[in-house]
Design a protein around this ligand. Structure first.
Ligand SMILES: NC(=O)c1ccc[n+]([C@@H]2O[C@H](COP(=O)([O-])OP(=O)(O)OC[C@H]3O[C@@H](n4cnc5c(N)ncnc54)[C@H](OP(=O)(O)O)[C@@H]3O)[C@@H](O)[C@H]2O)c1
Length: 250
């Protein structure tokens, strides 16, 4: 498919590494200018340089997506630089603990829910208000197969199930503004976030036993799916969950 995002402005959270970085680069390769958000300026600058080397514009903005004031500043900076936002990728997420559901505490609950669900919702709302002024846009929420079947990260799984429903709510209520909203659910992907899982030989074997395509994903697998969901080629798809897991959830 010849997919073009030429003339579009994409805002990607958690864009400094892993899946977010790959999505930002793939969108730039497809013609988009990109607003890059995460907490550490130096890491964002490196990705911004990679995007500029592709001939596209990049605006790095430091933001903690769990903080409302940072969300407001991020959207204001994007609007000031580009005047619009056509694509939002809610990719930043956290899981600070491997504790089981019997042990895990309130602090971990708050930290996970604050970023993975509350931040995702209120950034989407702020960006949807901008998209509404410009005839619409596309929102992609990065969830996880852990949001469909529970795994060893209990509150993370609950947060991602919430993301899946947030997608449906947004898709239903914001279609009237020309906004499409979909979920992209990665399976095990080679990033820092999940290295404790795929880097452990015993867990890696379990993953391989359960994955028909017999490999873990690369961040680029998610990036290509995200570009499809961001493009007009998926123009009649909204409220859906695209699972990219090599068949693991079959
Ligand atoms: N890797 C997997 O196997 C896998 C599987 C299923 C789903 N996912 C999902 O895919 C997405 C990306 O994961 P990843 O594996 O690429 O993770 P990663 O390599 O750990 O990258 C996470 C990104 O989010 C940023 N970030 C973390 N906390 C933030 C905050 N409070 N505010 C703003 N940015 C923040 C990080 O930068 P800073 O630390 O500098 O802020 C970084 O850019 C997440 O939604 C994750 O749940 C991943």
């Amino acid at each position: 498919m010849d997919i073009s995002l030429k003339g579009k402005v994409a805002l990607v959270t958690g864009a400094s590494r892993g899946i977010g970085r790959a999505i930002a680069l793939e969108m730039a390769k497809s013609g988009a200018d990109v607003v890059l958000a995460s907490r550490k300026a130096a890491d964002l600058e490196k990705v911004a340089d990679e995007i500029k080397a592709l001939g596209r514009k990049a605006l790095p903005v430091t933001a903690h997506i769990g903080r409302t004031e940072d969300i407001a500043n991020l959207v204001a900076k994007a609007k000031e630089e580009f005047g619009r936002i056509n694509i939002l990728v809610n990719n930043a997420a956290t899981n600070p603990t491997m504790e089981s559901a019997i042990d895990i505490g309130e602090r971990a609950w708050d930290s996970i829910m604050n970023l993975n669900l509350k931040g995702l919702f209120f950034l989407s709302q702020a960006v949807a208000r901008v998209m509404k002024e410009h005839g619409g846009g596309v929102i992609i929420n990065i969830s996880s197969i852990a949001g469909v079947t529970p795994d060893i990260l209990p509150i993370y799984s609950v947060s991602k199930a919430g993301v899946n429903m947030a997608t449906k709510v947004m898709a239903q209520q914001w279609a009237v503004y020309g906004i499409r909203v979909n979920t992209l659910s990665p399976g095990q992907t080679r990033t820092q976030f999940s290295q404790a899982l795929w880097g452990n030989p015993d867990i890696y074997k379990v993953i391989m036993d359960r994955t028909p395509l017999k490999r873990i994903a690369e961040p680029e697998d998610m990036a290509q799916a995200a570009v499809f969901l961001a493009s007009d080629k998926s123009g009649f798809i909204t409220g859906q969950n695209l699972i990219v897991d090599g068949g693991m959830t079959i």
